[in-house]
Design a protein around this ligand. Structure first.
Ligand SMILES: [Mg+2]
Length: 422
């Protein structure tokens, strides 16, 4: 019987002897000898189901109130509306989004998303079957490195058109809904902690929200900690059931975080999000081991590969799965599966999507069994107007998952024309 060392050695020898590694893949070899190009891969669909064109349009929608956090402030939200047309005339709807539509959060903006799709992603996908999803993702990777937000916008449109062609809700692709609604958090991000307390008490007394995310880190750390601790205690004094998480958006260094996070835990914070810069995964792991409450990565954890790395390092206790940041629904699902394997619970994240992007995210979040930290999908409540004919609905602390077909949202063409950038 072979032991594991022998298996490894014999496997290594096999790889060294494999000549095709030096001369291209087996498929390339076969094509070379056959002397013909491969037939178009329709992936089980018909010639009608190939991509004819992808159109992108930037829209600018006002917010109900200015949104503050330590790395940026914005009073409107911009989107890239993506419309993917097949040769047969089917249309898939997608949405490109970053916080504020600007580049401060992750390096992409609505302008760069539109340019990446128009110049690189759309030409790469033209003529390919919408049913060849994995192949299309690879083609997008070859056309543009990183660019997760741009790829996500196209990925949503692909999911939408395929699920419409099959006349099914998108959630069915990922096992179907395991819930009809998800607890949804309200961001306490007025830029003033006293106003945040009033906002939270209003949300609690009207039974709209009891799960909150407070943005912290813009000011002096000691003053911030005192003010935020006071705010948490003031909310808990009236509503002990309130769950208050704190998002630092990378504002502190590790020493500052190690000095002050225990005080915030003591004050009743439920979770600490991205206290240190995105690059400091080791620091996240050290902070997570010092605290009893969970520490959650955001800016430092983008896709399924980061997820695997963070989980094995112990650098995040909760995984905030985000469709836009994660490069689309399919890759967000894969990252969520990595989290499930690691026993890491999920939170359904957002990038201030309209009802179009929110519907797409909710189709996925509704199908994830380990989504026990609720959802942040509050974009439709923060924008002053919406792009969908039927905006996402909310009901007593929760957001309702729309039915299909597709992502479960339709573009309101009047609003689209009104808000499109000239
Ligand atoms: Mg965050």
């Amino acid at each position: 019987m072979l032991d594991s060392r022998q298996v490894t050695l014999s496997y290594d020898r096999k790889i060294q002897k494999t000549p095709t590694l030096q001369h291209g893949s087996l498929m390339q070899q076969q094509q070379k000898f056959a002397g013909t190009a491969p037939a178009p891969d329709l992936a089980g669909g018909s010639p009608e189901d190939v991509i004819d064109r992808i159109e992108t349009t930037i829209v600018d929608v006002p917010l109900r109130r200015t949104h503050f956090h330590s790395s940026g402030t914005h009073g409107s939200q911009s989107y890239v509306v993506v419309q993917l047309f097949t040769k047969g005339g089917a249309v898939g709807l997608g949405e490109g989004v970053t916080p504020g539509g600007r580049a401060f959060w992750g390096g992409e903006s609505v302008e760069s998303i539109k340019a990446t799709i128009d110049h690189y992603l759309a030409p790469a996908l033209k003529g390919c079957s919408v049913f060849a999803h994995e192949r299309l993702l690879k083609l997008m990777d070859r056309a543009a490195a990183r660019s997760n937000f741009a790829k996500a916008a196209v990925d949503i449109a692909l999911h939408d058109v395929v699920s419409r062609l099959l006349d099914t809700p998108l959630a069915a692709f990922y096992g179907g809904k395991v819930r009809d609604s998800i607890p949804v958090l309200w961001p306490l991000a007025t830029g003033d902690y006293d106003r945040d307390v009033d906002d939270a008490l209003e949300q609690l007394s009207t039974r709209r929200h009891r799960y909150f995310k407070m943005k912290i880190g813009q000011g002096d750390p000691e003053a911030d900690v005192k003010a935020v601790s006071r705010a948490i205690r003031a909310i808990h004094a009236q509503f002990p059931e309130a769950c208050i998480t704190l998002d630092f958006n990378q504002a502190w260094d590790e020493q500052t975080a190690a000095r002050w996070l225990p005080a915030l835990q003591e004050a009743g914070a439920a979770l600490i999000e991205q206290p240190v810069p995105a690059w400091n995964a080791a620091g996240m792991a050290r902070l997570a081991s010092r605290l009893d409450i969970p520490v959650m990565a955001d800016e430092g954890l983008w896709d399924l590969h980061d997820a695997y790395d963070y989980f094995t390092r112990g650098a995040t206790d909760v995984f905030c799965v985000k469709v836009a940041k994660g490069g689309g629904i399919r890759r967000a699902y894969k990252a969520a599966a990595v989290a499930e394997a690691a026993g890491i619970p999920l939170c359904g994240g957002m990038a201030l999507e309209s009802s179009i992007g929110t519907a797409a995210s909710l189709q996925l979040f509704g199908a994830l069994p380990n989504l026990t930290w609720g959802s942040e999908t509050i974009g439709p409540r923060l924008i002053a107007d919406d792009l969908a004919t039927e905006p996402i609905r909310y009901r007593e602390y929760e957001v309702l998952i729309p039915d299909g077909p597709g992502i479960g949202a339709e573009l309101d063409t009047d609003k689209f024309k009104h808000y499109r950038r000239a």
